[in-house]
Design a protein around this ligand. Structure first.
Ligand SMILES: Cc1ncc(COP(=O)(O)O)c(C=O)c1O
Length: 428
């Protein structure tokens, strides 16, 4: 079955990081090919938009719908947020919250975020000075980058990385420098990390628990990052949106609580994942006073503000009891265990992720030339949508033997997906 509306060629981002064994000519060829693949052939389009593709993750959602596939590509649940939270939204819509809020966030919400950040993360945040409420953590990340980066500054990014960080770097003018988290345990080579920090490094982007690997950064790893930030006067921007989805009693550590990092860390979070409400578009950043001021300006002129009634309902979410978070982690751990076992039974090489709700799978035991061919086979023939691994790497070739599955779905949806994936047994 053909798709007809999508050209499944690996694109990756411009300025890919070449493998060590590639020479200058090969690198130039990769860059030229990436540029050709991405070109929108209209000279009115700005150069910066020519450098990144539409989101592959969100494209796979559209392809999933075309094929009636179980969508394990884009990270969102097929179950509802807690009823206390949706009820609070209904009340807010009825009760006087239908106009703009203060641009950097309704005071009630900033108070609730500050309380929660203190209680759970150990972060001190003054709601008047350190908080910016945004349209999802997606906007928080872009607003942070636009507020920090001058053209040509470097951004250290752990790789494989959540797809958005590539365009975040490009749009803000940063040059990405990737540091590899190595399959299969996603460990970091300290020497490689040190070498990535230079005189031009302005920010390091860190995501823990991590999408797509499930890695949870340990306090020791964070200490190394903190020392490098201090030595090179670098700001850390940490995306902690999966902080409550951690398994086997693992503890999430916020980088802002390591040493003096509070004065040089922007901690990003949001409603989407912890409260299963990705469509609400409520996120936030906690930042040192001056950086929060800069972000407020950027944020104001990007979006003015996040939806006011949903900000108010987010207060109800942040006030849920501790048992809610325990149950969330327990339920996801159960999904993870059954789902990963099912993928392994189908012959895929994958490990239990430590956190978040994704699993990277190495399919190289199967005869497919690359991740796109494998992903298209899965979606067209077996009707399960995943994300090709190349979209998480600077150089698409480095992700060519992986695809990413996600398991934020009802148990019955995951069982159906696992049963469809068993069709791979006929392929070998
Ligand atoms: C690491 C990470 N950060 C941010 C987001 C998007 O979050 P939001 O819905 O708050 O914009 C996602 C969504 O998949 C994600 O995986």
């Amino acid at each position: 079955m053909g798709v007809g509306v999508f050209n499944p060629r690996p694109t990756g981002f411009c300025a890919p990081r070449p493998s060590a064994d590639e020479g200058d000519d090969a690198i130039a060829a990769i860059e030229t090919k990436a540029r050709d693949d991405l070109a929108i052939r209209d000279r009115r389009v700005a150069d910066r938009v020519q450098k990144f593709p539409e989101s592959v993750i969100r494209e796979m959602t559209r392809i999933a719908a075309l094929h009636g596939a179980v969508n394990l590509a884009q990270g969102y649940p097929d179950f509802e947020p807690p009823p206390e939270v949706t009820e609070a939204a209904k009340r807010a819509l009825d009760g006087g919250y239908n106009q703009y809020s203060i641009t950097w966030g309704a005071r009630e919400l900033r108070d609730a975020i500050a309380r929660r950040a203190k209680a759970f993360n150990g972060i001190d945040a003054d709601p008047e000075a350190n908080l910016v409420v945004t349209c999802g953590s997606t906007e928080a990340m872009m607003a942070a980058m636009l507020s920090l980066i001058n053209e040509g500054d470097e951004a250290v990014i752990f790789e494989p990385f959540y797809e958005n960080y590539g365009p975040d770097a490009i749009v803000s003018g940063a040059r990405p420098r990737y540091v590899r988290m190595a399959w299969p345990d996603w460990g970091i080579d300290e020497e490689q990390l040190k070498a990535a920090f230079t005189d031009r490094t302005k920010v390091v982007i860190l995501n823990t628990p991590n999408n797509p690997t499930g890695k949870i950064f340990t306090r020791d790893e964070l200490r190394v990052v903190a020392d490098l930030c201090a030595d090179h006067d670098v700001v850390a921007v940490t995306d902690e949106i999966y902080e409550h989805i951690v398994f086997e009693g693992a503890k999430h550590v916020s980088l802002a609580t390591v040493g003096d990092m509070a004065e040089r860390t922007i901690t990003i979070n949001g409603l989407s994942k912890t409260y299963s409400a990705t469509g609400w578009r409520v996120g936030w950043a906690i930042a040192p006073r001056t950086l929060a001021s800069a972000m407020r300006r950027t944020h104001d002129f990007l979006t003015v503000g996040a939806p006011h009634p949903l900000q108010i309902a987010t207060v109800a979410a942040l006030n849920l009891p501790e048992s809610y978070y325990r149950e969330l982690a327990r339920a996801y751990q159960q999904k993870r265990d059954a789902f990963v076992r099912g993928l392994q039974a189908a012959g895929l090489d994958c490990r239990l992720p430590a956190g978040a709700y994704y699993v990277m799978a190495d399919f190289s035991a199967f005869p497919f030339p690359d991740d796109w061919a494998f992903a298209m086979y899965l979606v067209e023939r077996l009707r399960v949508a995943v994300v090709p691994g190349s979209s998480f790497y600077g150089n698409p070739k480095d992700g060519q033997r992986f695809v990413r599955f996600m398991f934020s779905k009802k148990d019955e949806t995951l069982r159906e997906a696992v049963s469809r994936v068993q069709g791979l047994r006929d392929v070998r």
